[in-house]
Design a protein around this ligand. Sequence first.
Ligand SMILES: *Cc1c(COP(=O)(O)O)cnc(C)c1O
Length: 368
Amino acid sequence: MRVPFLDLNAHHVPIRAELDAAIREVIDCGAFSGGRYVERFEEAFAKFCGASFAVGVGNGTDALWFTLLALGVGPGDEVITTPMTFMATAEAISYCGAKPVFVDIEEETYTMNPALLEQAITSRTKVIIPVHLFGQMADMDAILEIAKRHDLFVVEDACQAHGAEYKEGKAGSLGIAGCFSFYPGKNLGALGEAGGIVTSSEELKRTVQVLRDHGQDRKYHHSRIGWNGRMDGIQGAVLGVKLRRLSEANFARRTNAATYDKLLASAKQVIIPRVGKDRLHVYHVYAVRIQDRDGTLKRLSDRGIGCGVHYPVPVHLQPAYAFLGHRIGDFPVSEACGREFLSLPMFPELQPTQIEIVAQELREVTDL
Ligand SMILES: *Cc1c(COP(=O)(O)O)cnc(C)c1O
């Protein structure tokens, strides 16, 4: 039996009538770009995250870029993040004219290692971007404490962590801002491209609102050079429908992860994900580590199991960033993870029988 890596259809079938009605409403009233459906979603999402405001934008990359611009990041500045992330985190830094500076991840949680953070800070550092990789938040207390001591902003890359928690705080609510992607495959996904910024700073909210709309304070009056980064009305309406099911969907992901954990606990070749202290993981990705990752991936796909690799090449070793002059060995944990990470099928609707098949096949192919 085949098991897909992701099945968005299974997610959409039960809510199809509601999605159709929401889209019809937008078409009927013509609020296509920004407008009332985006505003309604912004209000609901801010509340969900425990922040005062949310600002809908075109995608998660826009969310990161506009937030950094609004914080005044520009040429000559440095922004610290991890190399084990999606390229967009670094791109947003580069598109401000600033330099990405990397800090390796922890072995346990695959998020920024606070013990290595301080040595990466220079007089040019402006912002720290911890990435809540795979749905687990970084060690925010330690990172926020260091940031405070050095008078730096913390912006959370929460693009994979909608609804994740650290102690009492939700992802996106602990830094000056949290940036989210609503790409279709994320825990909260649109039917197309969308993203959002949450913050409790009224000033920051206002600045990103101006930036996403061509730098306009009011129509055709431009106080700064902005961009077109507005959210579609249809995506706002769709996200409103899906947000109501996010907690339930995240619960299902955790249940699925617990089933994998149990079935794989005794598989010697497989390192299962670990959850850090005080964290609630929302398993955007269920990634295991395996020495012979590429061989395992091939054998699993031959058996009809859909897997992924997030991410095979850490950002500091990407050709696009060759000019930074990094070499193999600079960030050893990220590099080892890049060789060993294997993402197994994970979505809320994944069935226990499917998980059993994946675990069974994985045990077989790794025992060869
Ligand atoms: C998805 C993602 C982004 C970018 O979001 P887009 O909506 O695709 O632009 C940024 N950072 C991380 C960690 C992501 O997973």
